[in-house]
Ligand binder design. Structure first.
Ligand SMILES: Cc1cc2nc3c(=O)[nH]c(=O)nc-3n(C[C@H](O)[C@H](O)[C@H](O)COP(=O)(O)OP(=O)(O)OC[C@H]3O[C@@H](n4cnc5c(N)ncnc54)[C@H](O)[C@@H]3O)c2cc1C
Length: 483
């Protein structure tokens, strides 16, 4: 690919995009471009040469088409809350498309139980708009949902609120409107039927799935139609503590298998310290805790679900007051922000390992082994770890985070800890992979290609070539592109 000079980006290329969105929705300031281009992975990235902020789906399609005509590759950005090099450019000369202005909730259909939204809508905004109509999406947001967008989340696949019963973000999707690399707008699911509406995902082969969890490699999500459920009338929580992580993991798998809880998640001692700062004292000093929320139409239904969970959990641990689920549900998207404000300022490097229930103990063991093997290096650089485990319907999602003092934006602070943190995170990710775990939020971080059987990779690569023949969209995402 011929390189284009920086001047061209601020000159002819900027003018071409300004012709679509207007000059006020271009970003050319280098400091702002650097901020928009980076993520929380501490891995190397290049700054985008220009950012474009389309305000309608038509503008979005025109921006992508224009980029294709100019042969300028693009990366898509939602809220930039991810940490796997997902939207970060790997080489100079890319245009970043910022979806923040695509923030319309297009249609809430409480009769057919569907909602159609633009890609830049946040989970919090969607939740609040739906609550007014007495409905909700089954999965209803990651902890970052105050900022995280529908488009970014469906591209990474996230878990948390609603996941224990209803699965991941991708599991709630009925259909998409996607802009292909050449600017063509494609509809998937029953919305693709001439004269049809988007109420049914499996109308023929699942083209919706092709564009989910793709880290933006296959197409640009413009709109998504998600399933709705009635807003539960009653939601109540219960909490349990355990003397070991192993016991908590065993209990969690057994509880998750019942498919009774809507939310089911586990914290470790680091989280317990943060929660103590917020006034939740009962977990201080405990090794591990689990928190569950059961939803239902009335008290009796919820009480029955909670007693099923209690019967299992108390075989391995003890019940404690359910302050945590209460706190999380009182302000779902604010609670995390409060917790992180209580956290020591520093760099946090998370990674995921997803396993079926039967392998949960083994994966918990991988972390314990890593902490023993690398105790010296971790201590030498003041690196700690913390762990959040979320039940996601048929499996458990372990999120382990390495943390140390420093500032993401100041590369001169603690360079040795940074280098060690990045290396150790990679080693832990590789250990999880070797243990048979898979990952969500693949971005450009995990060695996806090496993890796949060759025939599967070849099919994926062939599909990428069909939808994006010039490798224009998010080059390097999933290890694809740049061909
Ligand atoms: C404090 C904090 C809490 C978090 N909590 C959770 C949690 O509870 N559960 C969880 O699973 N994750 C969590 N995350 C990770 C992250 O927030 C989620 O992955 C989130 O869904 C990302 O959304 P985003 O809008 O920020 O996407 P971005 O980071 O902007 O983008 C993610 C990927 O999607 C692509 N993309 C964005 N928009 C589009 C589009 N319209 N079309 C095509 N591709 C697109 C990007 O190119 C990129 O590859 C958390 C992160 C932080 C920092």
């Amino acid at each position: 690919m011929t390189s284009i000079s920086a001047e061209t980006f601020t000159g002819d290329i900027a003018a071409a995009f300004a012709g679509v969105v207007g000059a006020e929705d271009l970003v050319t300031d280098p400091a702002r471009l650097l901020r928009l281009s980076g993520d929380l992975s501490m891995e190397p990235f290049e700054s985008a040469a220009l950012a474009v902020r389309p305000g309608t789906v038509e503008e979005l399609a025109a921006v992508v088409r224009r980029a294709s005509e100019l042969r300028v590759p693009t990366v898509l950005r939602g809220a930039g809350m991810s940490y796997t090099r997902a939207h970060t450019p790997l080489r100079p000369g890319l245009v970043l498309v910022d979806t923040a202005r695509l923030d319309r909730v297009d249609e809430i259909d409480a009769e057919d139980l569907t909602v159609t939204v633009e890609a830049g809508v946040t989970w919090e905004r969607l939740y609040l708009a739906l609550a007014e109509e007495g409905v909700r999406t089954p999965f209803w947001g990651p902890l970052s949902g105050r900022n995280a967008t529908i488009g970014g989340t469906l591209s990474q696949n996230s878990v948390f609120f609603g996941s224990a019963r209803y699965g991941t973000a991708a599991d709630s999707v009925l259909g998409l409107q996607v802009v292909l690399a050449d600017g063509t707008v494609v509809t998937t699911g029953s919305g693709a039927h001439r004269g049809g509406t988007p109420f049914f995902r499996h109308f023929g082969p699942d083209l919706t799935g092709l564009f989910l969890c793709d880290s933006g490699a296959m197409g640009v999500k413009a709109r998504a139609t998600l399933e709705l459920i009635p807003l539960p009338a009653v939601a109540r929580g219960a909490s349990f503590t355990f003397t070991s992580r192993a016991a908590a993991t065993t209990a969690m798998a057994a509880m998750a298998r019942l498919r009774v809880a809507s939310d089911l998640y586990g914290f470790d001692g680091f989280y317990h310290g943060l929660l103590a700062e917020l006034g939740v004292q009962g977990l201080r000093g405990k090794e591990a805790s689990l928190h569950a929320v059961v939803e239902g139409a009335d008290d009796a239904q919820v009480a029955a679900g909670l007693s099923q969970l209690r019967a299992v959990a108390t075989r391995y641990g003890a019940e404690v007051p359910g302050d945590v689920p209460l706190l999380m549900r009182a302000d779902p998207f604010g609670a995390t922000q409060m917790m992180f404000r209580a956290a020591p300022a520093g760099v946090h490097l998370p990674l995921h390992a997803v396993v079926p229930f039967s392998r949960a103990r083994a994966v918990a063991g991988v972390l314990e082994r890593f902490l023993l093997d690398r105790a010296t290096e971790l201590a030498a650089h003041g690196i700690g770890t913390w762990e959040l485990v979320t039940a996601t319907g048929r499996d458990l999602n372990f999120e382990v985070t390495l943390h140390f003092e420093g500032d993401y934006r100041d590369a001169t602070v603690e360079p040795a800890a940074r280098a060690a943190g990045v290396t150790l995170r990679r080693e832990l990710a590789d250990r999880f992979t070797r243990s048979g775990a898979v990952h969500t939020q693949l971005g450009k971080y995990y060695a996806f290609r090496d993890e796949l059987r060759p025939a599967t990779w070849e099919l994926l690569d062939a599909i990428k070539r069909a939808v994006d023949p010039d490798g224009q969209l998010n080059p390097g995402a999933l290890g694809l592109g740049g061909h």
